[in-house]
Every structure is written in structure tokens, then in C-alpha cells.
Design a protein around this ligand. Structure first.
Ligand SMILES: [Zn+2]
Length: 507
């Protein structure tokens, strides 16, 4: 029979979470809609290309939030979508669908594109020890729901149809709500700035956005709708998938800072109109990655793929770094700060992670010599334990938590080097389990066999260089053989621009 303990507190009651809500711009106490339960939605990848490191940082930030909330006792439903249709090349509802364009250029079916890059995304997530979400819905699996909400917005008079496309009427919405509430903009400024409508534009106003787009004859991805054949707009998919699985109002919506406007602003407008209530209590945005102080971008040539970072096959990298080193490196800064990549910073991270990882392996082997009180040392250990939770509950401050873990690692080394360990068993076990679980369960930092990574990396690079040579000699049969044989043992080579090659281990 379970015994009811009136003094029992969950970890989240003991260490209540405070988080910075982008909606208010303030740090707020986290109160869930349903006690003990958290609904969290994060905008997932558009699967038309390999996932780059900047995206990875976003998913890693929310992975730690997911892990910590779970660890302190919440039951979390985490929904992260796959955008497999509707994301156009620019934010003005123009240009081609990103997946459709890639399919056309590579002469593949859109589903082949989606499958290839979804698999790559999952592989990269596993390499970084990023947990899968509870539900991973895709936009193409929710076309019916997207059509239904578009109909509803038309019925409410907040959308209009032109030539088979349907647009959201931002000005009309703004008469009773504040469009720009999340990004701190106002509609007058938005109307004034930006591009002007051109004659072919169907929108009543340039700030309006598409809920449904008519498919041109050459458009590959298309579905029947009350307005003819077409495809959904990008913003509507997230409104549909978040509210379908989490309810009309839910606790947390996250994403990269670059999605705040217009994507998240549009989500708020759509959901508030359709359901008569604001969809999200806490908006969380993670910040960007920079490289040597510059924004990471494909056009500047300073963006790299995770596989290039692991293998060191990029002109900006001195060598390869293991996934756990990179994970540790990213956690050294708060999710809301920019994070700058440089070889020096990565080298320092490699040393730092090694120290924590060594302590992890020591702590697993550590045994108590004698169960006896040692008040002074115990006070210090309990204080360290406490600070881990206080820092994590303070807006998921991984940087400060890592600083405490370094103190704990030094303590572990001292204890491991001592002739005997005399402590009360209770405190000793608590100290051990806190270090272990903060590292592995909360921060997702696990031990890795460094030697193996370097050895494997070196070996694959020998083969990559050999393959470059045989390609230069136009021996394509041998080049293909090297690629196929590696593929057969689970190592996928990726041919980049300018003859560069990197690899990925399929798991
Ligand atoms: Zn989204």
C-alpha cells in the first residue's frame, strides 16, 4: 500500500522553473495549464536539404528543456513537426516550394527528397544525443485539417479567396487584436516598410499571408480543396499540428529566433482567430550560431554540416570534433545568447568535456568506504547538488550548471584519489546520482570513447583522400566502389561543392 507523505514535493515544486517568455520579454514563473503536465511544440526542419549546425543548436536547446522538465517530474508531451510541404523560398508567399524545387532540380519525387532528408535529420539528432519528440507529425499528413481551419477563417471573415488562393486578412484581424504582439512590431510600421504590392499580386495588402496557394500547372505537390488544386501555406501547418495534439491553448511553443516574425506572429493570428483564444502561454526562442564573429550562412561559405564538423573536412576547421564535444560546446552558452564557433573555442570545449567525462567514469566506479557523518564535506556537496537544480530552473541555464559540474568533477577527483571515502551514505549516493543524471539525463552528455572516434575518423579520411585521387584520375568505377563499400558498412559519403567530401555514420 502506498503511504501518503504530506511533505513529499516533486522536484519542480522544490525548484520551480522560471523562464524568459518572448511574449512579455520577461522572466516568468512557469505555471502549467494542467498541474504536472507540459505541452510543448517546436517548429521542426523543412526537409529539403541536409540539416546544418545552426538548426542543430535550436533542436539541442529544446532537447535540454524537454529533458529537464521531464527530469524534475513533469509529464511532457513534446511535438516537433516535419515541414514537408508549403515552405516557399521567401517569406512573401512567393517563389517555389522548397521541396518541390529540389525535387524538380534533382528529378526525384518529392517523397524521395522528404525521405532522404528526414533520415539525415534523424541521424544527426541521434549523433548529438537529441531525444525524439513524443509526436513528430508532418504537414502533408494534415492537409484535411489545414483545409478545415482555412474554411473556418473564411467563414469568420478573416480570410479571402482570390483565384484559388486564400489569404489571411491581417488588417481585419488587427482591428480587434494586436498583430505584432510577439515581435514587438505594429501594423503601421509593417505596412510602411517592406516591399510594395506589384500588379500581379493577389493580396489586398502586402502584410497578408497565404493560408492556401493555388498550384500552378508545373507545381508537383498538390491536393484538391474547395478552392481548386493547391497546397497549404507554411504558417497554417504549425497552427494545425500544435493545437491538434496539445489543445487550443498549450504551455510552450519554441523555435529559432528567426521564426519569431513572420512565422510565429502568423501562428498567433491564425489560432487566436480560429479558436477565440491565444494559443500559447510561453514562447521560447533560441539564438543563432556565428562563426568567427560572422553570421553563419551558406552564401558566406562559413556554414557547415554536422558531418563536416565531425570529420574536420571543411576549410575553416583545423580538425574534427566529436558530437559530444560539440554538444558540450553548445551548452556552454545560454540558449538565448548568440554562440560563436572558432577552432580555439572548440579545442577548449574538447578539453573541458574530457574533464567532465573522466569524472563521469570515475563516479560510476566510486564506492563508499564507511557510512559515517562528515558534516563539513556533506554541506559542501549538498550545496553543489542544490545549485545544479537552481541553475537549471533559472531559465535552463546550462552554462551555470556546467560551472557547478566542474566543481563537482574536481570533488570527484579528490574523492577518487583519497584512500578512503567517509560520508553519510545518503549524501554520497545523492551526490553521485546528481552528477550522473545532470550529465547524462539532463544535459545529454554521455561518455564516448575518444580514441575510437579519432581512429575511425582518420581511417575514413584516408579513404576519402584516396577516392578524391581516383576521381581525379577518372577511375569512376573504383570511386563508386569505395563509396558503395563504405555505405554497405553504414558510412555514407557526402559529395560537397568543389570536390569536398564528408561522411556520416548511419545508425
Ligand atoms: Zn512552425
Amino acid at each position: 500500500m502506498a503511504i501518503f507523505d504530506p511533505n513529499f514535493m516533486t522536484l519542480y515544486q522544490r525548484y520551480p522553473v522560471y523562464l524568459t517568455n518572448s511574449l512579455s520579454g520577461k522572466k516568468e514563473k512557469f505555471e502549467t495549464l494542467t498541474p504536472g503536465f507540459v505541452g510543448m511544440y517546436v517548429c521542426g526542419p523543412t526537409v529539403y536539404n541536409y540539416v546544418h549546425l545552426g538548426n542543430t543548436r535550436t533542436f539541442l536547446s529544446f532537447d535540454v528543456i524537454f529533458r529537464y522538465l521531464r527530469f524534475i517530474g513533469y509529464k511532457v508531451r513534446y511535438v516537433r513537426n516535419i515541414t514537408d510541404v508549403g515552405h516557399l523560398e521567401n517569406d512573401a508567399d512567393e517563389g517555389e516550394d522548397k521541396i518541390g524545387k529540389k525535387a524538380r532540380l534533382e528529378q526525384l519525387e518529392p517523397m524521395e527528397i522528404v525521405k532522404r532528408y528526414t533520415e539525415d535529420f534523424h541521424t544527426v539528432m541521434r549523433q548529438f544525443n537529441i531525444l525524439p519528440p513524443s509526436i513528430e507529425p508532418s504537414a502533408t499528413g494534415h492537409i484535411v485539417e489545414q483545409i478545415n481551419i482555412t474554411k473556418k477563417l473564411l467563414d469568420l471573415g478573416l480570410a479571402y479567396e482570390v483565384n484559388g488562393s486564400v489569404y489571411f486578412d491581417v488588417k481585419k484581424y488587427n482591428q480587434s487584436h494586436h498583430y505584432g504582439i510577439l515581435s514587438g512590431r505594429n501594423i503601421e510600421d509593417l505596412i510602411e516598410s517592406g516591399r510594395t504590392l506589384d500588379s500581379q499580386d493577389e493580396k489586398r495588402d502586402k502584410i497578408d499571408f497565404a493560408l492556401w496557394k493555388k498550384a500552378s500547372p508545373q507545381h508537383i505537390m498538390r491536393w484538391p480543396s474547395p478552392w481548386g488544386e493547391g497546397f497549404p501555406g507554411w504558417h497554417i501547418e504549425c497552427t494545425v499540428m500544435s493545437t491538434k495534439y496539445l489543445g487550443e491553448t498549450f504551455d510552450i511553443h519554441g523555435g529559432g529566433m528567426d521564426l519569431k516574425f513572420p512565422h510565429h506572429e502568423c501562428e498567433i493570428a491564425q489560432a487566436t482567430s480560429a479558436n477565440g483564444k491565444s494559443p500559447v502561454h510561453y514562447w521560447i526562442h533560441s539564438n543563432m550560431l556565428t562563426v568567427n564573429g560572422q553570421k553563419m550562412s551558406k552564401s558566406l561559405g562559413n556554414s557547415f554540416l554536422p558531418s563536416e564538423l565531425f570529420s574536420g573536412n571543411h576549410k575553416l576547421l583545423e580538425k574534427g570534433y566529436s558530437p559530444m564535444t560539440v554538444r558540450f560546446f553548445m551548452l556552454q552558452s545560454h540558449y538565448s545568447s548568440t554562440l560563436d564557433f572558432s577552432n580555439e573555442a572548440l579545442n577548449a570545449a574538447e578539453k573541458g568535456f574530457k574533464k567532465l567525462s573522466n569524472a563521469l567514469s570515475s563516479v560510476k566506479k566510486m564506492r563508499l568506504t564507511k557510512n559515517s557523518s562528515n558534516p563539513e564535506l556533506e554541506k559542501s556537496l549538498l550545496h553543489q547538488i542544490d545549485r545544479c537544480f537552481i541553475n537549471m530552473s533559472d531559465d535552463f541555464n546550462t552554462a551555470k550548471t556546467l560551472a557547478v559540474l566542474f566543481e563537482m568533477a574536481s570533488q570527484i577527483n579528490t574523492l577518487a584519489g583519497a584512500k578512503e571515502i567517509i560520508l553519510s551514505e545518503n549524501v554520497f549516493e545523492k551526490f553521485k546520482s546528481t552528477y550522473l543524471s545532470m550529465m547524462e539525463d539532463v544535459l545529454g552528455l554521455t561518455e564516448e570513447s575518444g580514441g575510437n572516434h579519432e581512429l575511425l575518423n582518420g581511417t575514413v579520411n584516408v579513404l576519402i583522400n584516396l577516392r578524391k585521387k581516383v576521381r581525379a584520375d577518372k577511375n569512376f568505377a573504383l570511386s563508386d566502389r569505395i563509396r558503395d563499400d563504405l555505405k554497405a558498412i553504414g558510412i555514407q559519403l557526402k559529395d560537397g561543392k568543389d570536390g569536398e567530401m564528408s561522411y556520416e555514420i548511419e545508425s
